[in-house]
Design a protein around this ligand. Structure first.
Ligand code: TQI
Ligand code: CA
Ligand code: ZN
Ligand code: ZN
Length: 483
């Protein structure tokens, strides 16, 4: 674990450690630690559970230490802990974690009255930047944080640089005119207003914090993603794995997927997104019967496309098609299991290095090597290639014969792997859109033929001319298998 000197988090960590190594009889003992714990808890509960018995309907409101027990129980219930009414270790861990400055409300997912945006396109604007990050970095963190939400719901965000946007974003110091002054380093990091006119949706960050792109200080993407949850209408969650859970936990911006609970919450307000931007595909429902799949459904994307020897292979769900490069007729579908039993279904990506006589198939964090249709040994981990740990699957891979490089596509980024050195090139990942302009949306599959890269994205196949550095034609993906 990496620890920052002189940070409040370290202090908290140390107290937590001290606490956890103490004897289990701690609670019974009238030691100084337990008195300190009691006071800590009392202050905490007074702050976050101000009204007695509010959440425990049908029970009499108690007083004194009895109400303390009640509040402890309430807190334990909120955080999904065992309800003992005692300051046990788990409870103290929660109390000692840094968290938000607002009470946990009964309706923890949505705000009272369930305010939400009534339009599908929201504008946002960063009107004041911070000195701790470049404005490009701030824009990037903000864009990715909004993207995390918009990928789950039918809301689009448009950046504007002038005037009044729906979501006004700014870095502010101390008093800044909304009667929620900031408090200097740590404490409150940021706040956001629930959906609505005027201040509604506006998101302020405490300029006194050390904002970063990385793991030191406070990660702007992490906090922004949490705040935008509020700005879209979510209150806090009791699910510790949720983004809307009220404790700070660094989230890696690349390859970030909105946790399940947050998806549920935000979709309860806005419903699910049916079409990803530039990726108008039906998400894998309903499960198709392998006996009678609509093999020519032009909406179904390919999972992977690769050359294998003299044939082109197209993978989708449990099926793959084989075709001679120059013939669209006589394309034969078969089940993946029949040829690659280990792969079963849903291959993420595939590529061939013909000169080496090897092909590579990717599924989740694993890959398999084949010679033709012959599997070469057990699966290996994709981290062999030098992917960072947060990459857990690959969308697409393409081997560029001339350059002897393999490009791996992950979300909106791609990596370049040097097949000669068998090493990942540095300065990657890069943005797909910046390098391959004209290719929109997430890439499902890619293959190189005669110096052109064919990108498959949902129902579309883009022909990308590497010389011209541009898309030269777009066709229906399914036309590749003779549909
Ligand atoms: N700010 C609080 C928060 O955003 C302010 C707040 C509490 C709030 N309840 C709210 C804002 C309801 C709007 C609606 O939660 S904070 C975290 C944490 C904070 C805390 O500065 O304490 C994050 C900001 F606790 F989750 F880490 C961001 Cl991620
Ligand atoms: Ca602060
Ligand atoms: Zn504010
Ligand atoms: Zn919050």
């Amino acid at each position: 674990m990496k620890v920052l000197p002189a940070s409040g988090l370290v202090l908290l960590l140390i107290t937590a450690l001290k606490f956890s190594t103490a004897a289990p009889s701690l609670l019974a003992a009238t030691s100084r630690t337990s008195r300190t714990n009691y006071r800590l808890a009392q202050a905490y509960l007074e702050k976050f559970y101000p009204k007695e018995g509010e959440h425990l309907v049908g029970e009499m409101v108690a007083r004194g230490s009895n109400s303390m027990i009640r509040k402890i129980k309430e807190l334990q219930a909120f955080f999904g802990l065992q309800v003992t009414g005692k300051l046990d270790q788990q409870t103290m861990n929660v109390i000692k974690k840094p968290r938000c400055g607002v009470p946990d409300v009964a309706n923890y997912r949505l705000f009272p009255g369930e305010p939400k945006w009534k339009k599908n396109t929201l504008t946002y604007r960063v009107s004041k930047y911070t000195s701790s990050m470049s404005s490009t970095e701030v824009d990037k963190a903000v864009e990715m944080a909004l993207q995390a939400w918009s990928s789950a719901i039918p809301l689009n965000f448009v950046k504007v640089n002038l005037g009044e946007a729906d979501i006004m974003i700014s870095f502010e110091t101390g008093d800044h005119g909304d009667s929620y002054p900031f408090d200097g380093p740590r404490g409150t990091l940021a706040h956001a207003f629930a959906p609505g006119e005027g201040l509604g949706g506006d998101t302020h960050f405490d300029n006194a914090e050390k904002w970063t792109m990385g793991m030191n200080g406070f990660n702007l993407f992490t906090v922004a993603a949490h705040e935008f949850g509020h700005a879209l209408g979510l209150a806090h969650s009791t699910d510790p794995s949720a983004l809307m859970y009220p404790t700070y936990k660094y989230q890696h911006p690349y390859g970030f997927h909105l946790p399940k609970d947050d998806v549920k919450g935000i979709q309860a307000l806005y419903g699910p997104r049916k079409t990803l931007p530039g990726h108008p595909t039906v998400p894998h429902l309903p499960p198709k019967k392998p006996s009678n799949p609509d093999l020519c459904d032009s909406n179904s994307p390919f999972d992977a496309v690769t050359m294998l020897g003299k044939e082109l292979l197209f993978f989708r769900d449990r099926i793959f098609w084989r075709r001679q490069v120059h013939l669209t007729a006589g394309v034969r579908p078969s089940t993946i299991t029949s040829s690659f039993p280990q792969l079963m279904s849903n291959v993420d990506a595939a590529y061939e290095v013909a000169d080496r006589g090897a092909a590579y198939f990717f599924k989740g964090p694993h890959y398999w090597v084949t010679r033709g249709f012959q599997m070469q040994g057990p699966p290996r981990t994709i981290y062999d290639f030098g992917f960072p740990r947060y990459v857990q699957r690959i969308d697409a891979a393409v081997y560029l014969k001339e350059a002897q490089k393999t490009l791996f596509f992950v979300g909106n980024q791609y990596y370049s792997y040097d097949e000669r050195k068998r090493k990942m090139d540095k300065d990657y990942p890069k943005n797909i859109q910046e390098e391959f302009s004209g290719v929109n949306g997430q890439i499902d599959a890619a293959v190189e033929l005669n110096g052109n890269i064919y990108f498959f994205s949902g129902p579309k196949a883009y022909k990308y001319d590497t010389e011209k550095e541009d898309v030269v034609s777009v066709v229906k993906s399914s036309s590749w298998i003779g549909c």
